[in-house]
Design a protein around this ligand. Structure first.
Ligand code: SF4
Ligand code: FES
Length: 201
């Protein structure tokens, strides 16, 4: 594997071929915010909060740091007017869905985001997919998944699997940036138990 030299926020950074900009930055002690990324999971690129500005062969563009591979001589800016503006709007939009998320609150303070910019449509799920991917990739259980598409997309536990597998696991709970996952699980569990009770009557 060959060594790649790039610049992140003006500092020269050495990375390995195939690494993402996010990983190279992290190893150099430079923080890029993430919401849908997890070291143990396949890159997803869903939330775009890790957007950075890159300059390569004279061209500037905005890319997701968690997906973009390092390149020889790449210039990366993790904070710039454009980057900060994108993150601010993303946080404002996500806060309209999950107003109580501590991670979003922190990001709102950092980027000066206005929590009331968008009309509240509290779904309490950011669709980051961490729970779905953790259960599929690490636990190989698929007890939770996405249902529907587009604006109607939500996560849902599969009751038959969740009742058997989740009680002793719950490893996805701490990954969720909002309280939605736990609520969805306990709702699933509650509904399954009451359905069982009805059947037994
Ligand atoms: S329930 Fe939580 S972890 Fe799962 S997709 Fe929604 S925000 Fe992400
Ligand atoms: S952390 Fe990169 S797109 Fe979500």
């Amino acid at each position: 594997m060959s060594e790649i030299r790039l610049h992140i926020d003006g500092a020269e950074v050495t990375a390995q071929e195939g690494m993402t900009v996010l990983r190279a930055a992290k190893e150099a002690g430079i923080r890029i915010p993430t919401l849908c990324h997890h070291e143990m999971l396949e890159p997803y690129g869903g939330c775009r909060i890790c957007t950075v500005e890159i300059e390569s062969r004279g061209r500037t563009s905005l890319v997701a740091a968690c997906l973009y591979p390092v390149e020889q001589g790449l210039l990366v800016r993790t904070r710039s007017e454009k980057v900060d503006k994108i993150r601010k709007v993303l946080v404002e939009f996500l806060l309209s869905h999950a107003p109580d998320s501590p991670i979003l609150d922190e990001l709102a303070r950092e980027y000066g985001a206005d929590p009331s910019r968008f009309r509240r449509e509290s779904s309490f799920c950011l669709l980051c997919g961490l729970c779905v991917r953790y259960c599929a990739e690490i636990k190989k259980k698929n007890a939770v998944g996405f249902v529907e598409n587009g604006g109607k997309r939500i996560i849902s536990f599969v009751p038959e699997i969740a009742i058997k597998e989740c009680w002793n696991c719950k490893e996805c709970f701490p990954l969720c940036p909002t309280s939605y996952l736990q609520a969805a699980y306990f709702l699933t569990e509650g509904l399954s138990l009451s359905t069982d009770a009805v059947w037994k009557e």
